[in-house]
Design a protein around this ligand. Structure first.
Ligand code: 57M
Length: 353
């Protein structure tokens, strides 16, 4: 909104720049979070005490979390939305796409969180999955039909390796969005565990989207040029600010969890920006933590079905480490370290082509 007012109407040049608006988007979302979370946490804690807390604590060291409120993701969604409305350009198609993903997956998660709080069980897995597919399909078809977007899948590390998936690209996009949404959700089981790698991924994709949207830079780095994708960097900076604000309160010992309203939407947004920037395969590296967490569940379930025994003490893998006696915050900080290294490796693919 302010781009149109301050740059287009009042001609203040500074507001033309993605970097400047991105910086303001980050600060807006971050400070808004710092101000509003204490109030929200107090309110949610009061509601939870009335309802008797969550029926969910399964590990001894999680017993103290019975009354930790969830649904922190609702505020992530609201602060990102406000900050994006203030600092992003409205005439950019991709901004509407990511806002749709943020809101639709956020609402789905919110309904699930709300049901868990009131009825102790959330939406059934099948219904949740059906809605994820539905929202992801709307996103995928819109992108597929957008004239300035193509159905090519590019491979990292190789400058001339790509495949045009044609109509199959729609299915691929749905898979990426739903898969990432669920992967972040599975990871969200320790204080700061999901938001840390999410923040490093968001940072990496801010850089990718900035480069992909710049004809000179993308040409120099052999990255596909996606007209208009640079604006996504402003949105991602808002998400970075909101995520940092959330981490302020979700850091160990957490005052609030993000809930499905946060994990489903952040995951889906990550999948979508990977698609928009044509970095779907790089997402496997950037979001390596989410991949490993998901694989640990798949392996655990498959192995159990085949042999009746378990590979991990408990899946997802963070529970395995907890059961080994490693303190929660040590596991989390180590995961952050790995995710920072993964983001650096992914960014290095820019040069190694
Ligand atoms: C979400 N949710 C946390 C919080 C958070 C197929 C199976 C692997 C599914 C998986 C599952 O249900 N995953 C989805 C996991 C829960 O956190 C809430 O959920 C939101 C995210 N959706 O925002 O609102 C608990 O996690 C802890 N937590 C923190 N700090 C945070 O910042 O400490 C969360 C955020 C919270 C809190 O304790 O209550 C969760 O784990 O429930 N299921 C599992 O993960 C289960 N694993 C399992 O059954 N493994 C089996 C098989 C099926 C693979 C095995 O290994 O044999 C574990 N979770 C539960 N019970 N509830 C273990 C058993």
């Amino acid at each position: 909104m302010l781009y149109h007012l301050l740059y287009q109407y009042f001609d203040i040049n500074l507001f033309k720049y993605i970097t400047f608006r991105g910086f303001l988007a980050l600060l807006t979302a971050f400070f808004l979070s710092l101000v509003v979370y204490p109030y929200i946490i107090k309110k949610l804690k009061a509601i939870q005490r009335l309802k008797g807390g969550y029926k969910r604590e399964f590990l001894d060291n999680h017993a103290s979390k019975k009354y930790t409120p969830s649904m922190g993701g609702v505020l992530i969604g609201i602060t990102v939305f406000i900050s994006s409305i203030l600092w992003c350009r409205f005439d950019n198609f991709f901004i509407w796409v990511v806002l749709f993903v943020l809101i639709s997956f956020g609402l789905l998660g919110f309904v699930d969180d709300w049901k868990k709080l009131n009825k102790k069980t959330g939406i059934s897995g099948k219904v949740k999955f059906a809605f994820q597919i539905f929202f992801a399909s709307i996103t995928a078809v819109s992108l597929y039909l957008y004239p300035k977007f193509n159905s090519i899948l590019y491979f990292p590390f190789f400058k001339n390796l790509y495949i045009d998936l044609g109509i199959l690209y729609i299915f691929f996009m749905v898979f990426v969005i739903v898969g990432t949404s669920n992967a972040v959700n599975l990871t969200d089981g320790l204080d700061g565990l999901a938001i840390g790698p999410a923040l490093t991924s968001i940072s990496a994709f801010s850089i990718f989207s900035y480069i992909a949207g710049n004809a000179v830079l993308s040409n120099y780095l052999f990255l596909p040029y996606i007209e208009g994708s640079g604006e996504i960097a402003v949105f991602l900076m808002a998400l970075l600010g909101a995520g940092l604000g959330f981490l302020w309160f979700n850091s160990f010992p957490a005052d609030i969890f993000m809930g499905d309203s946060g994990s489903l939407s952040i995951g889906a947004v990550l999948g979508t920006v990977a698609i928009i920037t044509k970095q779907e395969l790089t997402l496997v590296i950037v979001g390596g933590i989410f991949v490993v967490e998901t694989l640990s569940v798949i392996i655990q379930v498959a192995y159990f079905k085949l042999t009746g025994r378990r590979i991990f003490l408990m899946a997802p893998i963070h529970h395995h480490f907890e059961r080994l006696g490693i303190p929660e915050n040590k596991i989390v900080v180590r995961v952050w370290i790995i995710s920072i290294i993964l983001a650096i490796i992914a960014l290095s693919t820019l040069k190694i082509r």
